[in-house]
Design a protein around this ligand. Sequence first.
Ligand code: ZN
Length: 192
Amino acid sequence: MSVLNEVLAANEEYAASFGEKGELALPPARGFAILTCMDARLDPAKYAGLAEGDAHVTRNAGGRASDDAIRSLVISYKLLGTKEWFVIHHTDCGMEFFTDEVIRGLLANSLETAALGENGFYDVGEGPGSHAGDYIDWLTIADNAKSVVEDVRRIKTHPLVPARIPVYGYIYDVKSGRLLEVPEATAIGAAA
Ligand code: ZN
């Protein structure tokens, strides 16, 4: 069963009471951006109190500072004026449960969805797979706090990122909904 009709019905309802949101300006009104994980349990609008038009939210697997995430952040300040950024990873992130080697092996075996067991992901599907995954850096996470520090550092030291932008490092706790600071990351991310 596809979710297509459910999504279209929900959108109908949303658009019916859209009101003045059609008048929102392009630059984010509250002048900040969040880089966070795509995990379905995270809702940045709720955990950070955002309404439409407030802030940029860039999401990918892990909330990692990939080249493409940095592309978005650079556009965010250079063209759309954001002044403060957050890097927010989270507890129980799927990116902690595999390595480059593991996902490359799984993909080489089969393109069907793998299963997650006590010892990590394993294959239940049939081949053929593909070795194209060998050429992708999957940006997996071995240690949550460390990955926040690494990503804040990568963003802060990027030649296209001005020193004046503070980058705050946090971990979202999926058990409590709370944002927990990673002080080392925030220290590295301090505005200069
Ligand atoms: Zn995640």
